[in-house]
Design a protein around this ligand. Structure first.
Ligand SMILES: CC(C)(COP(=O)(O)OP(=O)(O)OC[C@H]1O[C@@H](n2cnc3c(N)ncnc32)[C@H](O)[C@@H]1OP(=O)(O)O)[C@@H](O)C(=O)NCCC(=O)NCCS
Length: 157
């Protein structure tokens, strides 16, 4: 099994929307237009590709100047046929590398019943900092807010 990461392209967005319907069936999956708006806003999107095409995607926003910036994970998803093989971890690490360039703390919301995603985030320095009741629509599921502190680059001495 091999995959590579690359910036998500406009031609991938229909496939992303297709995966969303599989990955988030009860929670208002994003349409292609939503992904298009994310790219147009300049957010950082990465795709995971095998020889057969796109099998995962992830997106992050960074707001504010370096040193005072804040990052948010907007989405991350892996084709169920490709889960459990390190692709989610690679995608998340690509987002975190971007946040670290800005020394930005990273925030996200995750369903409280999503053990796989929570496990992935906890393994990368995220902790639960709050709970948002009925955050997801239309399922009405609750979310944890999770945060990872800023990685502050050490000054060269
Ligand atoms: C969450 C998701 C992106 C993980 O992607 P993945 O490619 O399957 O994950 P990986 O194979 O890279 O696993 C990385 C880590 O995630 C955690 N993890 C993955 N699957 C897990 C599971 N079923 N149960 C518990 N932890 C799990 C583990 O910490 C794992 O590390 P380990 O293998 O060293 O134990 C994937 O399950 C997914 O797309 N889920 C549906 C969409 C979703 O819920 N997105 C997150 C929204 S907040």
């Amino acid at each position: 099994m091999s995959f590579r990461l690359a910036p998500l392209g406009r031609t991938d967005l229909a496939r992303c929307a297709e995966l969303e319907t599989v990955l988030f069936p009860g929670d208002d999956p994003w349409r292609e237009s939503a992904f298009r708006a994310e790219l147009a806003a300049g957010h950082h999107y990465v795709g995971a590709y095998t020889d057969g095409g796109l099998v995962g995607y992830a997106g992050l926003s960074v707001r504010g100047p370096r040193g005072g910036a804040e990052a948010n994970v907007h989405t991350i998803g892996v084709d169920p046929r490709w889960q459990g093989q390190g692709i989610g971890r690679a995608l998340l690490r690509a987002l975190l590398a971007r946040a670290d360039e800005f020394d930005a703390p990273v925030y996200l919301e995750v369903r409280t019943d999503n053990a796989a995603a929570i496990g992935l985030y906890e393994a990368h320095g995220f902790t639960r900092i709050g709970m948002r009741r009925r955050y997801y629509w239309p399922s009405g599921a609750d979310a944890y807010t999770m945060a990872r502190p800023a990685h502050v680059a050490e000054e060269a001495t």
